[in-house]
Design a protein around this ligand. Structure first.
Ligand SMILES: *Cc1c(COP(=O)(O)O)cnc(C)c1O
Length: 371
């Protein structure tokens, strides 16, 4: 039996679901280009805390043992850092797993899951995998062909009687856009309390705009709020897969029924604890990224390109024409961007902010590719 045959046996939601697109084939590209500049996946170019790497290495001594099934030590450390209770936390194999599980737990056939256009691709996958219908509210109107952020009013207007979950990222990937906490507060106050609102803060630790405060502080007022975070981005632990969510204790208790045993592995738990404790490393990453982001954005704008404002470690760049040839030109020169056609933005590429040397190589490759 081929894929179509098995698909006929699968749950109907899977028929329209396309697997997550991880971008260009890095394994092949690394073979072809030694010293490849990888700017396609928003990884931390500065690396993780050395203490986190050492903790992961030490934890390898115990790989024959199952890890702590509840991740208790990391949860207490997170709880004190965030000012919440441990029972408000759930750990995931990356926050991707938690985003998927939220839809598994709270949506299904006949339900709707809502997100904004140009929201993170995983939200649609989560909705479809659960069997729910995925609905996208329009984004704010584009300016200079660049998408602006989530339209919170449009999201509120798109909520219907069957809407179970609303996913939104602050700041958002791939647009880099963000909204202030007061705007989120207004949205939450306007929504029915039975609707779960998932605020994905994957890039929170990179943010430097004081208006961009975490939604965690709104949890006491809005029990329908869920905040997700990850160690994959500013903490530089993408390879170890560790994310977490913060929510009402009752919601966490329901989610625990679905959680796979030992979903957070030992080296990841150890590294995340050490990364959390190394506040100096994180502060350095935030500042160095902000400076490199500013410099790269300026250099791209000086070349006449449209660049979205960003609070993240990436920039969405508009070329005013189909970016396919520029993408190919960058790849041919050993620089990996993230194509955006899958998001309906064929004129754009998303570029992770690298080290100053990475960014130099990017700009040189870009100049050649655009010549
Ligand atoms: C990278 C990213 C994530 C998830 O990353 P994990 O590695 O699964 O924790 C979640 N949301 C957004 C918006 C992201 O960009």
């Amino acid at each position: 039996m081929d894929e179509a045959g098995f698909l006929a046996l699968a749950r109907p939601g899977l028929r329209t679901l396309r697997p997550y697109d991880p971008g260009l084939d890095l394994v092949a590209l690394r073979r072809r280009h030694p010293g490849l500049v990888e700017l396609g996946s928003n990884e931390n170019a500065l690396g993780c805390s050395p203490a986190a790497r050492a903790a992961a290495q030490a934890a390898l001594e115990q790989v024959h043992r199952y890890p702590d099934p509840s991740g208790g030590a990391l949860k207490s450390a997170l709880a004190s850092a965030l000012g919440v209770g441990s029972e408000q936390l759930m750990l995931g194999n990356g926050s991707h797993e938690l985003l998927m599980m939220l839809a598994q737990a709270f949506a299904g056939p006949g339900d709707e899951v809502l997100a904004s256009r140009f929201g993170f691709a995983v939200y649609g996958l989560a909705a479809q995998a659960s069997g729910a219908r995925f609905v996208q509210a329009p984004a704010l109107p584009a300016r200079h062909a660049m998408p602006l952020g989530h339209d919170l009013d449009a999201l509120a207007a798109a909520v219907g009687p069957d809407t179970r979950l609303l996913y939104l990222a602050n700041p958002n990937n791939p647009t880099g856009t963000w909204f202030p906490r007061a705007a989120l507060e207004g949205l939450l106050a306007a929504l029915p309390p039975r609707l779960l609102v998932v605020v994905d803060e994957a890039y929170h630790e990179y943010c430097t705009d004081p208006a961009l405060q975490s939604a965690v502080g709104l949890l006491p007022r809005f029990p329908n709020l869920v905040v997700t975070r990850t160690f994959s981005k500013a903490h530089g632990l993408a390879g170890l897969r560790l994310g977490y969510l913060v929510a009402a204790p009752g919601l966490v208790a329901v989610m625990e029924r679905l959680r796979e045993s030992f979903n957070a592995n030992g080296p990841a738990l150890a590294a995340a604890g050490a990364a959390l404790a190394d506040t100096a490393h994180l502060a350095w990453v935030r500042e160095a990224n902000a400076a490199a982001r500013e410099a790269l954005s300026g250099a791209l704008k000086a070349r006449g390109l449209a660049v979205s404002p960003s609070q993240c470690n990436f920039l969405l760049v508009g070329f005013g024409r189909d970016a396919g040839a520029i993408e190919a030109g960058l790849v041919a020169r050993g620089v990996v961007p993230r194509p955006m056609a899958g998001y309906g933005l064929p004129d754009c590429l998303r570029l992770t902010v690298g080290t100053p040397q990475d960014n130099q190589r990017l700009l040189q490759a870009l100049d050649e590719a655009m010549a």
